[in-house]
Design a protein around this ligand. Structure first.
Ligand SMILES: [Zn+2]
Length: 259
C-alpha cells in the first residue's frame, strides 16, 4: 500500500517534465532533410525522450557521477555542495529546458553524424581487449518510468550470452569474474503509444578485494568499452526491439575482442 503510493508520487514527479506539453518552439528548429531531423511535435517529443533517457542513465551511473564529482569538488569550480549540485534530469527544470532546446536544435542527429567519424576506443585498450576470452554478464536494474516500456532482464542476459558464445567468448556464471559486461536499459514513454530507450552495454574491469585483507581504498571500476544506443519503438514491439539492440551491441563488443 505504502509502496504503491510512493510509486504513484514518484511517477507524478518523474512524468512532469517529460509529459507536460509545453509547446515546441518551432522557430528554433532548423529544418534539415539531410540529417533526418524533423520539426513536428511527434519527432521532437521522441528526441526529447531519448535525450532525457540518456541523461537519466548518466545521472544514475556511479562511475559518471564519481567523475563529475571530482570536477565539481575542485575549489575553482565554487560548488558549495558538490554532491547536491548534480541536477536530476527527471526533476530539474533548468536541465529539462536545456534538453528541450537540444531536441529542437536537432542535437541527436548532429551527434549521430559526428559519431560516424569517431572511433570510441583508445588504441591501448584495444590491445588489452584482444586477450579477453571469458567474462561475466549482468543486467543492471535500469530506470524505466512505467510498465509499458519495461524490458525483461533475463531475456536481455540470454540475448547477450548467446551472442558471446557465438563469438567463442566464455560466459562465466560466478561472481568474481572480470571483466564484466553489463547491460542497462533506461526507458521513457513517448506519448501514449511509444517508448524511447537508451541502451548501454559496458565492458568494465571489476576490482575486488580478497577476503581476509584489510579494507582497501575504494576503487572505481574501469570502463574498457561502452556502447550506448538510442532506441524508439511502439509499445507493442518494445521488448523485442531492445533485445535486438542488445544483440547488435554485444556483437560489436565481441568483434573488438575477437575479430
Ligand atoms: Zn530529431
Amino acid at each position: 500500500m505504502r509502496a504503491g503510493l510512493t510509486a504513484a508520487l514518484m511517477a507524478l514527479i518523474v512524468y512532469a517534465p517529460v509529459r507536460t506539453q509545453m509547446p515546441w518552439d518551432l522557430a528554433r528548429c532548423p529544418a534539415s532533410t539531410s540529417s533526418g531531423h524533423l520539426c513536428t511535435p511527434e519527432h521532437l517529443d521522441a528526441d526529447l525522450a531519448l535525450l532525457t533517457a540518456r541523461e537519466i542513465r548518466s545521472f544514475l551511473d556511479p562511475e559518471i557521477v564519481a567523475h563529475e564529482l571530482l570536477i565539481r569538488r575542485r575549489p575553482i569550480m565554487h560548488f558549495a555542495d558538490p554532491e547536491g549540485s548534480i541536477p536530476d534530469p527527471r526533476t530539474d527544470f533548468t536541465l529539462t529546458q536545456l534538453l528541450r532546446a537540444w531536441a529542437e536544435s536537432g542535437q541527436l542527429e548532429s551527434e549521430a553524424a559526428r559519431a560516424d567519424s569517431v572511433n570510441p576506443l583508445q588504441p591501448a585498450e584495444s590491445v588489452a581487449l584482444k586477450r579477453i576470452r571469458k567474462m561475466a554478464v549482468t543486467v543492471e536494474e535500469g530506470y524505466a518510468s512505467d510498465d509499458g516500456c519495461r524490458t525483461d532482464g533475463s531475456t536481455l542476459r540470454l540475448a547477450a550470452t548467446d551472442r558471446l558464445r557465438g563469438a567463442r567468448i566464455t560466459v562465466a556464471s560466478g561472481d568474481l569474474v572480470t571483466p564484466e559486461l553489463s547491460i542497462n536499459v533506461t526507458a521513457l514513454p513517448i506519448g501514449a503509444a511509444g517508448c524511447a530507450a537508451f541502451v548501454s552495454v559496458t565492458l568494465r574491469d571489476v576490482p575486488y578485494v580478497a577476503p581476509g585483507y584489510r579494507p582497501a581504498p575504494p576503487v572505481i571500476s574501469r570502463k574498457l568499452l561502452v556502447d550506448g544506443r538510442f532506441v524508439t519503438s511502439p509499445r507493442s514491439g518494445f521488448r523485442e526491439r531492445v533485445a535486438a539492440q542488445v544483440r547488435q551491441s554485444v556483437d560489436m563488443v565481441a568483434s573488438r575482442i575477437a575479430p
